[in-house]
Design a binder for this molecule. Structure first.
Ligand code: ITT
Length: 196
């Protein structure tokens, strides 16, 4: 069976990735599964640059096909912050309860369209011959006025999707994967992985 490494240490992402790519007939290994803990400096200015840095570093270490996900939340009222700094926003070890409440507080005076936000996900695939491709997926929504829901991870409890009248943390995992930034980007790269 073909082996593919997914260069992530984020268990929340990995759970979604396994579900979205479950029909791929490949052995999908996280960094932990592969026994790797590379020190990767995500110093890119865009999601694309960071996804490529992660995929390329691990492909060069292992010689395997490597996928990587760089993603984040863009809050329009905060000039698209935290963006590429989503994981590091307010410190890597700060709880999401604190980060999410901080964002809600920042938007105290914002109403309606002023609360618009999006999740962005870029998936990079680095092939052993040096080829690299990227695919981007987004989902539009609004920052909720309170934290709600326990599913998902990260900023899900404050990301409200009007079409479903709930946050992505209140959705069942399948429902989130169907409409999410990560679901869209992974489905877009799916056929390139099969062809490889
Ligand atoms: P890896 O680099 O090891 O993959 P990471 O968590 O550091 O893990 P990123 O640098 O791509 O990954 O940061 C992504 C952050 O964006 C993530 O930690 C969450 O805070 C946020 N995020 C991304 N997708 C999300 C989602 O589907 N739901 C909630 N928050 C999300």
């Amino acid at each position: 069976m073909k082996k593919i490494i997914f260069a992530t240490s984020n268990e929340g992402k990995m759970k979604e990735i396994r579900e979205i790519l479950k029909d791929l007939n490949v052995e999908l290994l996280s960094l932990k599964d592969a026994g790797l803990s590379p020190d990767i400096d995500e110093n890119g200015k865009t999601f694309e640059e960071n996804a490529i840095i992660k995929a390329k570093t691990v492909m060069e270490l292992t010689g395997e096909i490597v996928l990587a996900d760089d993603s984040g939340l863009e809050v329009d009222y905060m000039d698209k912050a935290p963006g590429v700094y989503s994981a590091r926003f307010m410190g890597e070890d700060t709880s999401y309860e604190i980060k999410n409440q901080y964002i809600i507080d920042q938007l105290k005076a914002a109403e309606g369209e002023e609360r618009s936000a999006r999740f962005v996900c870029v998936i990079a695939c680095a092939f052993p011959d040096g080829e690299i491709i990227t695919r981007r997926g987004t989902i539009e929504g609004y920052i909720s006025k309170q934290i709600s829901g326990v599913n998902g991870f990260g900023y899900d409890p404050i990301f409200y999707v009007p079409e479903y009248n709930c946050t992505t943390a209140e959705m069942k995992p399948d429902q989130k994967n169907e409409i999410s930034h990560r679901g869209k980007a992974l489905r877009a790269i799916h056929d390139d992985i099969i062809k490889a």
